[in-house]
Design a protein around this ligand. Structure first.
Ligand code: AMP
Ligand code: MG
Length: 417
């Protein structure tokens, strides 16, 4: 197998080696953003009873035939029904029950007239008062039917659906205090490099802060996984071996940063080969040519490059889809929009470029401008940007006005634009 792959091949091979996680039961609120592992049926009809959609009067629509401001219908109030009450009396001809939103419809009544169209003409509005209603209503008007949302026994949310706040509300109304969802993968985050010091240290001569560990862990969280940050792994064969062995035994996925170039102290590939299997170590893209994928026993391994933006791009393009797959999502691609380049861009023709840009709305469609210095050592262009501008391999020059694909990093997978 070639160790160099296209972006598509690299992604495909990684996705072939990850599995959907097993299932866990979680408290309803903890299911937010997760993927349902089973169909969820309702134990009751929702709504459980016919009820009023308005504050007003439950009436027999036929009694209000032709009612208007000039010729209001007159009804006698027989009962007050608040939300949470249960009506006791049947509404007969010429009668009405005062009813509040969400309160059960009384027998005999088939419509609700809004309180705005009523005036008390005799009594104080309490029971036995006479009320004028200045509006005719159709049968069923302002009545919400029993089972309108879902019937007892019917599926309200399907396996494979992701749970948003509204879905979570539906699960609540249908009696699910616990929910079966796919487990969140534990993702080991290992940063290699003898130049690295922890974030709370001031770097000494030749040292830099270990920022990748944080940006990658944050990307893991954003993708839905649980990051497990390891101590800095120095550029040392034995230290690398020990860290990888521990990570393989204790996590569902391993991400490393750095140590995958052709430097004298790049131990990621040799150790991966020794402990498991190396499947590729180069992808024809920029930034991030050295993307390294393999397996250690059953644990998928992805070695990201060390330069912060290369790390970021590699994670977005490969690791994020893999984590989403493990979480049970079927939508793995960020939305792509077509936008007009705001200025000329030059690149080398060898690889596909993922340049950091800002898409914005112009008068005649979308426009994209690069979001700053494109050096892969600098994260600022990612921070300022909202997309990757995709410039295909084989091409060299792009001029202002040309239409290019932009991967929207600010929009979730599966959203139709
Ligand atoms: P490497 O792939 O290990 O040769 O690293 C490439 C570049 O990325 C070097 O300039 C490193 O200093 C830098 N780098 C590697 N790891 C990190 C990290 N964890 N945080 C920030 N920069 C890093
Ligand atoms: Mg290194």
């Amino acid at each position: 197998m070639s160790s160099t792959m296209t972006v598509e091949q690299a992604r495909e091979l990684l996705l072939q080696h990850v599995k959907v996680m097993d299932v866990e039961r979680v408290d309803l609120l903890d299911s937010l953003g997760r993927v349902l592992a089973q169909d969820m049926a309702s134990d009751i009809d929702v709504a459980p009873f016919d009820n009023s959609a308005m504050d007003g009067f439950a009436v027999r629509a036929a009694d209000l035939n032709g009612a208007s401001e000039q010729t209001p219908a007159r009804v006698r109030i027989i009962e007050h029904i608040a939300a949470g009450d249960y009506p006791e009396l049947e509404v007969g001809p010429g009668e009405a029950s005062r009813i509040m939103t969400g309160a059960p419809m009384p027998l005999g009544a088939d419509a609700v007239v809004m309180v705005e169209y009523s005036s008390v003409i005799e009594g104080d509005g309490a029971i036995d008062s006479l009320v004028a209603l200045s509006r005719a209503v159709a049968e069923g008007e302002n009545v919400r039917r029993r089972g309108e949302e879902v019937r007892a026994g019917d599926v309200v949310l399907n396996r494979g659906e992701s749970i948003g706040p509204a879905g979570l509300g539906l699960l609540a109304s249908t009696g699910h205090a616990k929910v079966s969802v796919y487990r969140r993968p534990r993702v080991a985050v290992l940063s290699t490099g003898s130049e690295l010091v922890e974030v709370d240290q001031v770097p000494g001569p030749g040292k830099i802060r270990n920022s990748n560990s944080y940006s990658v862990a944050a990307q893991v969280i954003a993708a839905g996984g649980i990051p497990v940050r390891y101590d800095i792994v120095p550029d040392d064969m034995q230290a690398t071996r020990e860290a990888f062995t521990h990570a393989a035994a204790n996590s569902d996925f391993i991400v490393t940063t750095g140590g995958v170039s052709v430097g004298d102290f790049d131990y990621v590939k040799p150790v991966l080969q020794e402990l498991g299997e190396l499947m590729y170590c180069k992808v024809t893209m920029r930034p991030g040519n050295p993307q390294t994928m393999g397996m250690i026993d059953e644990t998928p391994f992805f070695g990201l490059p060390g330069n912060p933006t290369s790390t970021y791009v590699g994670f977005e393009m490969f690791v994020r889809p893999a984590i989403r797959y493990m979480l049970g999502h079927t939508e793995l691609d960020r939305p792509i929009v077509r936008a007009r380049l705001a200025h000329d861009v030059r690149k080398k023709p060898d690889r596909r470029y993922f340049m950091r840009g800002v898409v914005s709305r112009a008068e005649d469609g979308l426009e994209v401008a690069l979001s700053g210095n494109q050096s892969s050592a600098l994260l600022m262009s990612v921070h300022k940007g909202n997309c990757f501008v995709v410039l295909p391999e084989g091409e060299r020059e792009f001029s202002a006005g040309q239409i290019v694909d932009c991967i929207r990093l600010d929009i979730d997978e599966g959203i139709q634009l």
